[in-house]
Ligand binder design. Sequence first.
Ligand SMILES: [Mn+2]
Length: 246
Amino acid sequence: MSYNNTCRIGITCHLDTVTSSRQEQEEYFTLNRNYANRLLEFGATPFLLPYMPAEHIESVVDNLDGLIISGGDFDVPPSFYKQETLPECGKIVEERSVFERALCIAALEFDLPLLGVCGGMQLLNVICGGSLYQDNALRPNTESHQQDTPKNQTAHALNVDENSLLHALVKTKSLEVNSTHHQVIDKPGKHLRASASAPDGVIEAIEMPGKSFVLGVQWHPEALGDDAQKNIYRGFVQAAMNRQDF
Ligand SMILES: [Mn+2]
């Protein structure tokens, strides 16, 4: 099949309850537009993925060239990394996390190019057997990573590991990023390497060497407009384009 120089990227989304003009409470799948904007900018065709039962996962992955696990205002269920839920943990959205976990595992099996953003990065870490601090306050000497300013502004610096996929994309050892997370990685997952950290030592990027493109970033590159941040999406789309060539 020919795709005319584009590729198909699936993006997971939120489930919001919206009050309609008829004053009815209705459920809508929603997504910040930045993700689609960035993908379209680099020639990819974005597809929003509503939550669905496990029997559909293989069909979804089979019909995509790349996958984005998007972030959101919720936390990965601590049961996913064998912990009790502490009072410091935020909102859990079980249905979403169960769907995203199954999808992410399938994407890794199929070597589908995978970009985990914010909560998506945390999920990737947990799927690989890693764990999270349920709140930054539980990690020693850790700054707040919740910026008060809009997400299109940066909040802290990053040290990028030179021999990494991330460095090949952003082409710099020091990157400024936004920061809207209250949880951070504790133990990194198996087969993952940390490729960037904040000044307080918090792991901000993980990747899986040996795969075509598996990257998790703790910030939201799609909300930032500079070339280094755009190159993360550019490289991800390129990996998805390359995959459909064979
Ligand atoms: Mn941060």
